[in-house]
Design a binder for this molecule. Structure first.
Ligand SMILES: Cc1ncc(COP(=O)(O)O)c(C=O)c1O
Length: 367
């Protein structure tokens, strides 16, 4: 019985694809806590205050019994943050994509997905048994070629603004033009841009002054916002559809009330962190400029160092970790075959000295 499991694990291990949970206390160049908010004293205080006032658990799904003014209040703030009519919270960003995409699939939407979209988007398609096509990464011509043949009355284009494993930025304005031309909705996942880009920190669409052209905005609160949770911001009718169709919303216990206190505080703090976010992008460029490595098309605080072969990538990551840095190897199926990489993320708490040291270590181990 167990032999099948053991054989499977041995096989993926031999291919350099075994994932393990290793404790790493090195300098953080791996997490998505870009602004260090997870340890911010005001967020910790907000968590304490909200848990004393409202408790630590929500008790049920919102449709069963957990609905409260707290949700309404935070969702109004998130809608305003994303420049949309309404918002709906989920327990994670992953569950948000699962819920939103499967809900729209259930009413017959056809999806057009950037090939490099996150697993949560693909899993949403699977959950909703969706009709979908993938277009080549950031390739507008390929998107148009596919969408122009569609007869679906509800077409939805899905893209991330900053791609999670490549750190490159989608051609958002061009996608908007295609969405208008073919009467499609545009779903934009700003998971990695939140907190870093835009005047309020809501992401790339805001930075480009195009947030009013996004139909469905997906955000996560577990990355630069420092806490946990996810949300969709959209028209009220879409929100209502999701409440009725989204299994991850209907059949799962709601976010704990203390988390809502933290989210509310995080939105307030983001505003004040604009200069730090700008500096973080300057520091990211410094790392890219000093690396003698293939960093793909990264333009952001997510920098891949593309090595290719799985075992070589692990060996280099291990050497860097032994020098006191937390840097992770990312391998297939998270990234395409032969593009294994170190995924480096820059944080406001990474110093220039640390960045320079990391850069020279990578250059040394790659040469
Ligand atoms: C683009 C994108 N969307 C959604 C998610 C899921 O968000 P969460 O970690 O809050 O579940 C991620 C996580 O890495 C992501 O990269």
């Amino acid at each position: 019985m167990y032999a099948i499991i053991d054989t499977y694990l041995q096989t993926i291990n031999q291919k350099g694809l075994l994932r393990t949970l290793d404790i790493n206390t090195g300098i953080d160049f791996a997490s998505n806590d870009f602004l260090g908010l997870s340890k911010h004293p005001q967020l910790i205080k907000a968590c304490q205050n909200a848990s004393i006032k409202y408790g630590v658990g929500s008790g049920a799904s919102r449709l069963v019994s957990a609905e409260s003014l707290l949700f309404k209040n935070v969702e109004n703030k998130l809608a305003n943050f994303a420049n949309q009519e309404s918002a709906l919270l989920f327990s994670t960003g992953y569950m948000t994509n699962l819920g939103v995409i499967s809900s729209l699939a259930k009413i017959g939407a056809e999806f057009f997905i950037d090939k490099y979209c996150h697993a949560s988007i693909y899993d949403g398609l699977k959950l909703g048994n969706a009709t979908y096509q993938r277009y080549k990464h950031c390739d507008i011509k390929n998107l148009e070629k596919k969408i122009k043949k569609s007869a679906s009355p509800l077409k939805i284009i899905c893209s991330e603004s900053i791609f999670s494993m490549d750190g490159d930025i989608a051609p958002i304005e061009k996608i908007i033009n295609i969405s208008k031309k073919y009467k499609a909705l545009f779903l934009l996942d700003e998971a990695h841009a939140i907190g870093i880009y835009g005047e309020k920190g809501s992401g790339i669409a805001e930075e480009l002054k195009l947030s009013n052209k996004i139909d469905i905005y997906i955000g996560t609160l577990g990355k630069a916002m420092g806490c946990a949770g996810g949300f969709v911001a959209c028209k009220k009718s879409i929100r209502q559809l999701i409440i009725n169709n989204a299994r991850p919303f209907i059949y799962s216990t709601a976010l704990p009330p203390m988390q809502l206190g933290v989210i509310e505080q995080a939105i307030k703090i983001l505003n004040k962190l604009r200069p730090k976010a700008k500096q973080l992008l300057i520091n990211a460029k410094l790392l890219r400029d000093t690396l003698n490595a293939d960093t793909g098309k990264s333009q952001s605080h997510i920098i891949p160092v593309i090595i290719g072969e799985e075992n070589k990538t692990i060996q280099i990551a291990t050497k860097i970790q032994q020098q006191g840095f937390n840097v992770k190897a990312i391998r297939p199926p998270t990234v395409p075959p032969n593009t294994s990489r170190l995924r480096i993320t820059i944080h406001t708490y990474n110093t220039i000295t640390q960045i320079n040291k990391l850069s020279s270590l990578i250059n040394q181990y790659l040469s």
